[in-house]
Write a protein that binds this ligand. Structure first.
Ligand SMILES: C[S@@+](CC[C@H](N)C(=O)[O-])C[C@H]1O[C@@H](n2cnc3c(N)ncnc32)[C@H](O)[C@@H]1O
Length: 220
């Protein structure tokens, strides 16, 4: 199956491992920072594709007490990631699950963290996906969503287009992405705005995107 506007799994993996590393590291660093705030538990990466982010997280000694689940709607993406997980000896730390961001395959309160990068823009009901991430958090759990902004500074968008072209990868579909204000509206539509922070850095690579952070109260 090839989802709309997505490349075949092997081509996505090539791009993700060769070109997306600077963004991976921003996302991974943010997850590490947030994970230090709460006791260890299960962390699911929603729309994980070939599980590049869980692999980076599982290799981090600071997260040795965490377990990781990569969730994706497309089994071909997950299958593409399996050989790397096995080669790195991470099979016992990373589980891969076929699942839909709009109906997450977890019980209420099952996760310490739910994270998702560059996936929100693919989803037909973005507010529902935020509700789902919040639902599956345990009390005190944290959800983190990073995605690209349609209203990012033009110079950064141009830089991203150049990087994609150099990697022989087609231009991004900017029309699918949301603006920072639209991200705030989605959080409100999901009914989780009381627990949220939505922001975009004003400089550096991170300014190409926004962050939605949801913190479930300990006494929800
Ligand atoms: C652009 S890729 C991002 C992959 C990875 N998170 C990253 O940052 O490199 C988007 C991923 O979302 C997955 N996806 C799209 N719709 C989905 C859905 N409804 N539920 C779960 N995954 C979905 C796609 O199969 C794809 O692997």
């Amino acid at each position: 199956m090839l989802l709309k506007n997505l490349r075949p799994a092997n081509d996505y993996d090539r791009f993700a491992t060769e070109t997306l590393e600077p963004w991976d590291m921003l996302f991974v660093a943010r997850i590490r920072q947030l994970a230090r705030e709460i006791p260890p538990g299960a962390l699911a990466d929603i729309g994980t594709a070939t599980a590049v982010v869980p692999v980076r997280l599982a290799a981090d000694p600071a997260l040795a007490d965490w377990s990781f689940i990569g969730v994706d709607l497309d089994p071909a993406m997950l299958e593409e990631g399996v050989p790397r997980i096995e080669a790195l000896g991470l099979s016992s730390r990373i589980e891969l699950k076929v699942g839909d961001a709009l109906a997450l395959p977890f019980e209420d309160g099952a996760l310490a963290m739910a994270v998702s990068r560059a996936t929100l823009h693919h989803l037909p009901d973005k507010a529902l996906s935020l509700k789902e991430m919040f639902r599956v958090l345990r009390p005190g759990g944290i959800a983190l969503v990073h995605d690209m902004r349609r209203d990012a500074p033009q110079a950064l968008l141009d830089r991203f287009t150049r990087m994609r072209a150099e990697a022989n990868y087609p231009p991004t579909h900017l029309e699918e992405k949301v603006t920072l204000d639209e991200a705030r509206a989605l959080v409100a539509e999901a009914g989780v705005d009381a627990f949220s922070t939505v922001f975009s850095p004003n400089a550096g690579l991170g300014a190409m995107g926004f962050e939605i952070l949801l913190k479930k109260p300990v006494c929800a």
